[in-house]
Design a binder for this molecule. Structure first.
Ligand SMILES: [Fe+2]
Ligand SMILES: [Fe+2]
Length: 147
């Protein structure tokens, strides 16, 4: 049975892959930028709107920790816009923004993979994690509106 954590981890894998192909001289930079924005925004939306609210009252999760993850989604969006708005001809600035954006993404993913997801996985029933996948599928049209 598919579970919500596996779906979110598969997203991380896909986003890491896109970032791995993200080089300044890459000829398809525009196309890759669009895929990156779609993947990052929709992933964060599902976490904010579906996954995290389902664990709101979980006593094993520190509210401050969860809030930090939610806040980072906003930071990621701001840094991503700043990075993608930088002209690739401006080599040093582009590279510097790329390094910072990639570092923020990686540290964010690790917080989820090393702490948030294992705690949620320990406390949720397999049924709950499957129902969350169904909810994500059902709410797919809503996410399209924010892209
Ligand atoms: Fe996240
Ligand atoms: Fe995530």
């Amino acid at each position: 049975m598919v579970n919500a954590i596996d779906v979110l981890i598969a997203d991380h894998r896909m986003i890491r892959k896109i970032l791995g192909n993200f080089h300044r001289t890459q000829p398809r930079l525009n196309l890759i930028s669009k895929s990156l924005v779609r993947a990052v925004k929709s992933h964060a939306w599902f976490e904010d709107q579906v996954f995290i609210p389902a664990f709101e009252n979980e006593r094993l999760l520190e509210k401050k920790f969860v809030q930090e993850i939610v806040d980072e989604h906003k930071d990621i969006e701001v840094l991503m816009a700043s990075f993608l708005g930088t002209r690739s001809e401006d080599k040093d600035l582009w590279e510097a923004k790329a390094i910072q954006f990639k570092a923020l993404m990686e540290s964010h993913f690790l917080k989820e993979e090393d702490a948030l997801f294992p705690i949620c996985s320990r406390t949720a029933t397999p049924q709950k994690l499957t129902i969350l996948v169904e909810e994500m599928r059902r709410r797919q049209p809503e996410v399209l509106k924010i892209l």
